[in-house]
Every structure is written in structure tokens, then in C-alpha cells.
Design a binder for this molecule. Structure first.
Ligand code: PMP
Length: 361
């Protein structure tokens, strides 16, 4: 494949070129059927097989056993902000939410539409540059579950702790770092992640559910949004998002061929170290996040001299370094280093940043 720009977008994000090549080669003829994957009935044995293989491959990459199901649902991670409380609040229960950035803020707000939500701690006062210690969380007795966003895509804050001592079901939004490193997924009763970052393309949200999670859907919960129904019909209650599930399968094949999640972790650790070290050593760039919770996937940074940001972005783009603008709510820059971004790509970015600092001083 010809040389392509490097896409540092936070999502929809870069796909591995090996995956793009397979999509190109295999799109017209899925599994020797003569039809593309989008043209088959979802009841076709090949598509049912695709869903089964994708579920089992994802579980094996994550080290999950028979006690977890994987659902492939529409609506993005945003719909999960509603679907979680609709299914898990129960009568008189409340959702216990940790607020660590913009996405966990949205999750608690959505919960309040369906019942009570209690904020157990927040790092808003630090402008979301840290994560409150577990000892400072105030979890109410009535809580049905604890919710956290384990990687805040906008603020670049990542959870590296353990939750094994919590007795309640723990629910996590892992949209922007699932499969980026080995994580104790078994500590979570429910995990959700939109696919358009580390897992593939927008249109499907992966939901992992442990079989001991108690479901108490509110009567008004649409049948399509009841996890139990989706589990019973293997994510095929209605026409499912087959194309993004196919892309997910190709991405999972690529992760496996590249050495699995442990290989992703080793590479992602080095990538993050390279970039944070370059930022910390420079006089021009700065990352405000407490070092213990700096995200490996999303690295926000500002220029000490804000007036140079426009030129920085323009020159980066001219050199094929795309989508480095920070989220509109926080400004500055952000480099997203998902699995498809190589160490060379990160080095190219660092070389550019150093050259920009040298020439614009
Ligand atoms: N949670 C996190 C952590 C995210 O990064 C995003 C999207 N950037 C969302 C939720 C919302 O995802 P979606 O657009 O798939 O609804």
C-alpha cells in the first residue's frame, strides 16, 4: 500500500494497513460465497459463524472464560450510558459513578434520566488531571453498581488500579483502550467499548457481560435494549451491524497475528514512554496529567505559547501528521496512539515536534 498520512485521530481512528488490505481483497466475496459480507442475510450460517468466531476470538484475546458473553450492539458507547442504568438500576437502587472526565460526566447525566445516580468522587477540581484514590470514594449502600470510564479519551487520564476488593458489580466504559494492554477484565461485571478506536469501525459497540450480573430492566426499557434479550438471541434480535463486526474480526485477527494483547501492551508502553518523555523534556510542550494516570492511548498536550498552535497544526498536516487538534472542549493538541499506530509513527511525530520547537524558538 502506498505511503499514507499518519492518523492520530481519537476516533474514528487509524486502522492497521494489513486490515485495510484484507478488507480491500475480501470485500466482494465473503467466505467464498460470491457475495460481500453486507449482502448476506444475518441468518446465513456464514454470518452466524462470523459472530461466533468474533466472540470467541475476542474472549480468548482478553483471557475471558465461559462466564462472559460478548454482545455486538448498535448505538455507540453513548447508548450504553442509558442501557446500563435501564438494565441494572433495579427498584430503589442507584448508580454509583466516578467522575474522571467528559465521558464519565455524560454517563452519570444519562443515568439520572432513569433513576438515581450518585457521584462517588470527582476529579473535576483538578480539571481532570488525576483520578481520585479509591479510599476517597463514597459508595452508597443502595448502589446497584459502580461505573467508571477507565480511559478518558479527551483528558488523557487512564485507570491502572485494581477493583478486586469492591463487592458490587463494576461497569466500565473502556471505549478508548480495550485491547491496548492486559487489563483485569474479570474484575468487571460489564464492559462496553465503541469499536471505532482500537477495535475497528463505528457502528458496533462491544459489550462484555459476566453471567452473574443481575439484570432488572425497567418495564419501559425497549426490548432491543434489554441485555438479556440480546444475549438470548446472540446479538441478532434484529438486523445487526454485520459490516463493523466483520471489520472487528479482521482487527482481532491482526492483533492475534501481531502477538496478542501482551505484544500490544509492550508496544503501547514504549510508544507512550517515548512521547511523554519528549513532551517532558521540551520547553515548548506540556502535558498536565499526573504521571501515574497518564493515558497510553490519548496524549493531550499544550504549547506554552498558545499563539503557535495554529502553525503547529498546519505544519503537521503538511507533513502528513493528521488530526492532532485537541477536543474542542479542552483545546490544545492530542495525539491518539491506538494499536494501529506504530513506534515509527510516534517517532515521526516526535521528530516533527522537536524540529518545530527548534525552528520556531
Ligand atoms: N466513551 C468514551 C470513552 C469515548 O471516547 C467516546 C467517543 N469518543 C464515547 C464514550 C462515545 O462513543 P460513541 O460516539 O460511540 O457513542
Amino acid at each position: 500500500m502506498m505511503s499514507r498520512p499518519i492518523n492520530f485521530c481519537s476516533g474514528p481512528a487509524a486502522l492497521p494497513s494489513a486490515v485495510l488490505q484484507r478488507m480491500h481483497a475480501e470485500l466482494p466475496d465473503f467466505a467464498d460465497s460470491g457475495l460481500s459480507v453486507m449482502e448476506h442475510s444475518h441468518r446465513d450460517r456464514r454470518i452466524v459463524g462470523l459472530f461466533e468466531e468474533t466472540e470467541s476470538l475476542l474472549k480468548s484475546l482478553l483471557g475471558l472464560g465461559a462466564d462472559y458473553r460478548v454482545l455486538f450492539l448498535p448505538g455507540g458507547a453513548t447508548l450504553q450510558f442509558a442501557q446500563v442504568p435501564m438494565n441494572l438500576l433495579g427498584a430503589g437502587g442507584c448508580g454509583a459513578y466516578l467522575t474522571t472526565g467528559a465521558w464519565s460526566e455524560k454517563a452519570i447525566q444519562e443515568c439520572r434520566r432513569y433513576g438515581e445516580a450518585v457521584e462517588i468522587a470527582s476529579s473535576q477540581a483538578s480539571q481532570y488531571t488525576m483520578i481520585p484514590e479509591k479510599s476517597a470514594w463514597h459508595i452508597p449502600d443502595a448502589a446497584s453498581y459502580v461505573h467508571l470510564c477507565t480511559n478518558e479519551t479527551i483528558h488523557g487520564v487512564e485507570w491502572f488500579g485494581s477493583l478486586s476488593d469492591l463487592e458490587l458489580p463494576v461497569v466500565a466504559d473502556m471505549s478508548s483502550h480495550l485491547l491496548s494492554r492486559e487489563m483485569p477484565v474479570h474484575e468487571f461485571s460489564l464492559v462496553y467499548a465503541g469499536a471505532q478506536k482500537n477495535l475497528g469501525t463505528a457502528g458496533v459497540t462491544v459489550v462484555l457481560i459476566r453471567d452473574d450480573l443481575e439484570m432488572t430492566p425497567q418495564p419501559s426499557t425497549p426490548s432491543l435494549m434489554q441485555y438479556a434479550n440480546q444475549m438470548a438471541s446472540d446479538s441478532m434480535m434484529n438486523t445487526p451491524p454485520v459490516f463493523p463486526v466483520w471489520v472487528l474480526k479482521l482487527v482481532l485477527d491482526w492483533v492475534l497475528e501481531s502477538g496478542g494483547v501482551s505484544a500490544m501492551e509492550a508496544r503501547n508502553r514504549r510508544k507512550a514512554e517515548l512521547l511523554y518523555t519528549a513532551i517532558d523534556q521540551s520547553a515548548l510542550y506540556q502535558n498536565p496529567v499526573a504521571s501515574a494516570v497518564r493515558s497510553w492511548m490519548n496524549v493531550p498536550f499544550v504549547l506554552h505559547d498558545e499563539s503557535r498552535e495554529g502553525v503547529f497544526l498546519k505544519q503537521a498536516e503538511d507533513q502528513g501528521l493528521l488530526n492532532l487538534k485537541g477536543h474542542r472542549s479542552v483545546g490544545g493538541m492530542r495525539a491518539s496512539l491506538y494499536n494501529a499506530i506504530s513506534e515509527d509513527d510516534v517517532q515521526t511525530l516526535i521528530d516533527f515536534m522537536r524540529e518545530f520547537e527548534r525552528t520556531s524558538a
